[in-house]
Design a protein around this ligand. Structure first.
Ligand SMILES: Cc1ncc(COP(=O)(O)O)c(C=O)c1O
Length: 379
């Protein structure tokens, strides 16, 4: 409890990130670990999470865009960085110059990376080289090279030496969190075929395909490098009993309490009416801070050691908690979701109520009004 508590705050426990990365790395002992920190570290802060992940044993960090990777490099991250999806006008020259590995799914993309290498050599020296990971589409049908075009892509990449070094071939799984789904084996088979073709073209690439679910459940798919994302944040996409610790807690505080008589209604639309005299606590977070309005009347918060219901509609900037005959002090801490150890709601609970996944809940906590703080920031 504190009077200076920010109105909307996410607290990121970096010791949980270190713990989770170490646990995941221990599940894949023959592989290196790439911690996926795209989308600002799934809403947790890419740089802080990236540093903690490296302390936990990650030797690579993965991002979606070149901008995300360059920001990490320029902030002093020294481990290998891999970036996998940009728009066609992306300039690969800075990525090459700053030692960022990039994904290639097509001949056109390969040509753009080679062009980036030529320009990078003008300003960073003749040794600049484009380190590429060729992506085979094994069945997700998102990005990645279709199998029919794969032989031409590997031949072209092999011939592009010394501008291009093929570091790896890689792919992404569609249903790894659906244990035993037949697509997993089908994708693995296509991945093997793609590898054989790459070898026949004279390449000797690493292989990587495993996301969090596959790290935890499919050891035969770990290959040389694993790419866990959600599990490093402590959210387990599969029903295993691994000791992952959620890293994010979403908090606010009580700014006002008031007693209302039976029959009084609460918030816009008067969707809730007190059935007895009760005390309400006002909490200054709302849908502008990432509390979905569709959780109105369907969510609890943790306040003074108890779960208590949010009553009436969640507004843009505030919500109201029914405290019965309890009188929380102004300034009392309110947990909207957290690790769940004490009984407080979790991001998974929100996701289940909303019909979505906890990935979306934590990622949407990256908002200008939400203050982010870090616990145990390390040395
Ligand atoms: C290419 C790629 N690899 C790895 C991951 C990590 O997946 P997860 O968060 O399910 O572990 C993602 C996330 O979507 C991804 O896009």
């Amino acid at each position: 409890m504190t009077a200076s508590f920010p109105r909307a705050e996410v607290v990121i426990d970096l010791s949980a990130i270190r713990h989770n990365v170490a646990l995941l790395a221990s599940r894949a002992p023959g592989a290196q670990t790439m911690a996926v920190v795209k989308a600002d570290g799934y809403g947790h802060g890419a740089l802080e999470v990236g540093r903690a992940a490296v302390e936990g044993g990650a030797t690579w960090l993965g991002t979606c865009s070149l901008g995300e990777a360059l920001a990490l490099r320029r902030a002093g991250i020294g481990v290998r960085l891999f970036s996998w999806l940009d728009t066609p006008e992306a300039d690969f020259a800075p990525a090459v110059a700053e030692d960022i590995d990039v994904a290639v799914s097509s001949l056109a993309e390969l040509a753009r990376v080679a062009d980036g290498v030529r320009r990078a050599r003008d300003f960073s020296g003749l040794n600049a080289i484009g380190r590429v990971h060729l992506k085979i589409d094994t069945g997700l049908s998102r990005n990645g090279c279709p199998p029919a075009e794969w032989p031409a892509l590997v031949e072209a990449a092999a011939a592009a030496k010394p501008f291009i070094e093929v570091v790896a071939i890689w792919s992404h799984l569609a249903c790894a969190d659906d244990l035993g789904h037949p697509s997993i084996d089908a994708q693995a088979k296509r991945f093997d075929e793609a590898y054989d073709i790459a070898r026949a073209a004279g390449l000797d690439p690493m292989r990587h395909i495993a996301n969090s679910a596959a790290v935890l459940t499919r050891p035969e798919l770990h290959f040389d490098l694993v790419r866990p994302g959600i599990a490093i944040y402590g959210l387990n996409p599969v029903p295993t009993d691994d000791d992952l610790r959620p890293a994010m807690t979403f908090k606010s505080s009580v700014v006002l309490t008031k007693r209302i008589p039976v029959g009084e209604s609460v918030s816009y639309g008067h969707t809730w009416t007190a059935e007895r005299d009760t005390t309400l606590a006002l909490v200054p977070v709302g849908y502008a801070d990432g509390v979905p309005r569709t959780l109105s009347g369907r969510m609890d918060v943790w306040l003074d050691g108890k779960r208590r219901p949010v009553v009436g509609r969640v507004c843009m900037d505030q919500l109201i908690v029914d405290c019965g005959d309890d009188e929380p002090a102004v300034g009392s801490e309110v947990t909207l979701f957290g690790q769940g150890d004490s009984g407080e709601p979790t991001a998974r609970e929100w996701a289940d109520k909303l019909g979505t996944i906890d990935y979306e809940i934590v990622t949407s906590m990256y908002r200008p009004r939400i203050h982010r703080t870090y616990l145990e920031a390390g040395s």
